[in-house]
Design a protein around this ligand. Structure first.
Ligand SMILES: Cc1cc2nc3c(=O)[nH]c(=O)nc-3n(C[C@H](O)[C@H](O)[C@H](O)COP(=O)(O)O)c2cc1C
Length: 341
């Protein structure tokens, strides 16, 4: 293993313990999930994107999304917006009223609802606007400011180098690059070579993102692009071990074993309990359905389990079922093992 894989990296004055970062994911990266992933060793966690207007208008639900457990830090809190005034006001609020360590601006979200507001990936077409937005936020907050962006709008408009340089000139402290264009949405492959081009063009830390699906992918991205850290999104869904196994692999070159069904269900239950504490039973039971199906991925009998979980209405019912499923699966595993051995 090269030292380059394990070297800590810095954003502003914040030193991260390692180079493995949890990606921001809307509807997923709330405190319950982030803390769980953090405990699996993530060097930095990103919160889900939060609307600048929701913050400025003090929308109750939006403000509740700003909750951070102190065990999560270092944490980057991402805001989105297409107008300078509200973006700055929201950033000031995050700066003064939250324990986030870094304020991140979303310049990658590809969905129409966000693009129509001139926010998210819309900004990728205009390096001057990126400069203005980042400079205005940097001038008004104390916390370091970063941007998460895509490589460009489409194959004909790949302005990632100009955009990253604009972020750096404007005083941005880091940039995360998802190696897809807006038009690609989540299809095709992330182009890591374009991420490498950004890394070579700026002096601020660059976090590479897109299609890191295994610890080996993480190492390959660090080696091939020279980025300061790797950001993992979908591969961590229902699988915080992906973070732990990646940190371990980058440190020692050893691949830790995959978790057992019992371990998966234990963490699923812990995640669920945190979600109940954060959002209350009704919302947690509904939100946990998608998470549970990710935790169950690849486990025998998961189809039936998913159906059962989707019909579950109370927290106790869900807990009981997850415990029952773990027990049954473990029994089955022991039986198979005794036959094979
Ligand atoms: C369900 C979901 C929600 C996402 N929400 C956000 C978000 O709030 N902010 C953001 O910058 N990117 C968001 N992304 C993009 C991810 O952060 C990441 O860039 C993308 O999934 C590619 O990385 P991966 O291949 O490791 O998943 C989201 C992705 C998914 C799948």
């Amino acid at each position: 293993m090269t030292n380059a894989s394990t070297k800590p990296f810095k954003i502003g004055n914040h030193v991260m313990d390692n180079r493995v970062v949890l990606a921001p994911m809307a509807g997923i990266c709330n405190s319950a999930f982030r803390l769980t992933v953090k405990e699996f060793g993530a060097g930095l966690v990103y919160a889900e994107m939060i609307s600048d207007k929701g913050i400025v208008q003090k929308n109750e639900k939006t403000l509740s999304m700003l909750y951070i457990d102190e065990r999560e830090n270092p944490l980057s809190l991402q805001i989105f917006g297409g107008e300078k005034e509200t973006l700055v006001e929201a950033a000031k609020y995050v700066d003064q009223h939250t324990s986030a360590d870094i304020i991140d601006i979303n310049m990658g979200c590809p969905v129409n609802k966000i693009i129509k507001c001139e926010a998210g990936a819309r900004m990728l077409l205009d390096p001057n606007k990126i400069y203005e937005m980042v400079a205005a936020v940097v001038d008004n907050v104390k916390k370091p400011v970063s941007v998460k962006m895509r490589t460009g709008w489409d194959e004909e408009h790949l302005y990632m180098v100009e955009n990253a340089q604009a972020i750096e000139r404007a005083g941005g402290s880091a940039v995360a690059v998802h190696g897809r264009t807006r038009v690609q949405m989540y299809e095709g492959h992330a182009n890591w070579d374009l991420i490498r081009q950004v890394k070579e063009a700026v002096n601020i830390p660059v976090i590479g993102n897109g299609d890191v699906n295994s610890p080996q992918d993480a190492k390959r991205m660090l080696d091939e692009t020279g980025v300061d850290a790797v950001m993992i999104g979908r591969a961590a869904l229902g699988d915080p071990w992906m973070i732990y196994r990646t940190v371990e692999y980058l440190e020692s070159g050893l691949l830790k074993p995959e978790p057992t069904v019992q371990e998966k269900m234990d963490i699923c239950l812990l995640h669920f309990d945190r979600l109940v504490a954060l959002k209350g039973e009704n919302i947690a039971v509904r939100e946990m359905r998608k998470h549970a199906s990710w935790y169950l991925k690849g486990i025998r009998g998961n189809g039936t389990a998913r159906n059962k979980i989707n019909q579950t209405e109370s927290a106790q019912e869900l807990r009981d079922y997850l415990r029952y499923f773990a027990e049954e699966s473990s029994k089955e595993y022991e039986e198979v093992k005794s036959i094979v051995i």
